[in-house]
Structure formats: C-alpha cells, structure tokens
Ligand binder design. Structure first.
Ligand SMILES: C[S@@+](CC[C@H](N)C(=O)[O-])C[C@H]1O[C@@H](n2cnc3c(N)ncnc32)[C@H](O)[C@@H]1O
Length: 261
C-alpha cells in the first residue's frame, strides 16, 4: 500500500474522526497522550514548527498556543479542509497544507522543530519520511513524536480479563512481523451508543516495526535520541475517565524526542 492509498483511506475516516474527537471521544489522546506530549515538549515560543500528519489540527493548535509559528500538513484532503475551516474561525496563524511526509514541499533547514502525534505508524516508507524530516530541520532542531507502542500494538494482541471482566494483562504476538498497510477496524470506545450505529468504523492501515527498528531508523537518519516517555493515566485523569484504567496495564504509546546534530 502506498501513501496515496493511505490518504484515500484517511479521507474516508476524516468526517467521523473529526466529529468524535471534537466531542471528546478520544479520551486517551485528551487525558493521557497529549498532556504527556506537551509536558515533554521543550520551549517552542517563537520557533518555526512543522506538524507531520496533523489531522484536523487539534494538537497543532495546542502547540501554536505555546507561541510556536506552525506549519502543518496531512495527506488527507478532508482533514486539511477541516483544519483550514477551524483556522478561519479562530485564527492562530497556522499554515495548513496537503502534502505527504515522504516528499516534503519545504526547503532544507526550514524548521526549528518538527512534531508528529500518532501519525508516523500510520504511514508507509518510514526511511524516506525520516530522511525528509531530517532534511527540513535546522542543525540542532528536534523532532518529537508519539506512536502506538511498538511492544504492545503488535500485529497480534488480546486483552486478558479477570473474573469481573477487568483488563489485567495483554497477550502480544507476532512482534517481529512488520505490517505494511494491513487494516485495523475500530471506533473510539467512548463513542455514544446512538452514534456507534450511525457512524462507520475507522479503517486504519498499519505500518508496524519493532522498538529497535524504530530507534535505529532515527539513528540511521542522523538523529540523536534525547528523551522518551510511555505515558499512562494520572490519578486525576483516572478519576475523571475510569475507562482509562487499562492505560496503566500496558503502555499504549511511546513518545520520543530526538535531535539533528
Ligand atoms: C491517527 S491520525 C493522527 C492525527 C493527528 N496528528 C492527531 O494527533 O490527532 C494519523 C494521521 O496521519 C495522516 N497520514 C498518514 N499518512 C500520511 C502521510 N504520508 N503524510 C502525511 N500525513 C499522513 C493521516 O491522514 C491521519 O491524519
């Protein structure tokens, strides 16, 4: 599956994805991943930043709110239209465009930093993508990204439940088998029942690699790894969203910051 096919599939997901995320159904993003991502992000005020696979722009807006001058792109035309519409209504001076991470339409050394939230594992050709990100960063610039955790979002996985049906462990397998666009079908578990009937499930092509393959990808592209995080729900988040209890059983996501020498 190539990046054009991936873009067409995400165009089909975009309307429901935006509707549900703007309603607050992506509780893992809102209560765990994004707070941890922002906590780990260095000072960005006044810096030129690039958001890779920005979707409808939720996280781009949060980083722009920290004073960064953001450019953001996505391969899905629909997501970019939705991000533009938000920007027209509530301007944060973010420049959105449709592009693919495998061939970036920017000059070398154009950005002080790049970010990618939960997008890199959804795209093919990781070597080309990392080469492109490295090219458009200034020397000393950083890339910070989150991905589904390679050790738990394996090609084969299953929750282990206790007698009451609580998730207490995960069985993972086929770790060394790389996926190249095989599809996953799901919808946010917090989607209201009436919308679950109305909205189609998302179809998400997956591109997996092992933890060491991800790290070596960064090193081979010329990055030095600087900081890692595997966020889980805080006590406060858990009190507000009890469904996040399983985020304390396994690490759903891995956040990495690396820097161009
Ligand atoms: C799970 S969504 C994450 C969106 C957003 N970053 C967020 O955190 O809400 C993954 C995104 O990656 C985008 N994507 C996939 N392949 C891409 C590519 N080659 N170039 C740019 N974006 C891509 C998809 O269109 C989708 O918007």
């Amino acid at each position: 599956m190539n990046h054009g096919d991936v873009g067409r599939i995400w165009d089909e997901n975009a309307a429901a994805w935006t509707r549900l995320t703007r309603m607050g159904c992506d509780v893992l993003r809102d209560y765990v991943n994004t707070p941890a991502f922002l906590e780990m992000l260095p000072e960005v005020a006044g810096l030129r930043g690039l958001d890779i696979g920005c979707g409808e722009g939720h996280n781009t807006r949060l980083v722009a709110g920290k004073g960064a001058r953001m450019t953001a792109f996505d391969i899905s035309r629909i997501f970019v239209q939705q991000a533009h519409a938000y920007e027209r209504d509530l301007p944060l001076y973010i420049s959105y465009l449709r592009a693919s991470a495998v061939e970036l339409p920017f000059a070398a050394e154009a950005f002080d930093f790049a970010m990618a939230t939960m997008s890199l594992m959804d795209m093919p050709e990781h070597e080309r993508v990392m080469g492109e990100v490295h090219r458009v960063l200034k020397p000393g610039g950083f890339l910070q990204f989150s991905i589904s955790h390679p050790c738990f979002a394996t090609p084969r996985w299953k929750w282990i439940l206790d007698e009451e049906g609580n998730r207490i462990a995960m069985e993972c397998g086929d770790y060394f088998q790389e996926l190249h666009g095989e599809m996953e079908h799901w919808i946010f578990s917090n989607t209201p029942a009436e919308l679950k009937d109305e909205l189609p499930e998302f179809h998400i092509p997956r591109f997996t690699r092992t933890l060491s393959a991800w790290m070596n990808l960064l090193l081979d592209a010329g990055f030095a790894i600087e900081r890692l995080d595997e966020p889980c729900a805080s006590d406060e988040a858990l009190a507000r969203q009890p469904t996040l209890a399983d985020s304390r059983v396994i690490a759903y996501t891995l956040i990495v910051r690396c820097r161009k020498a």
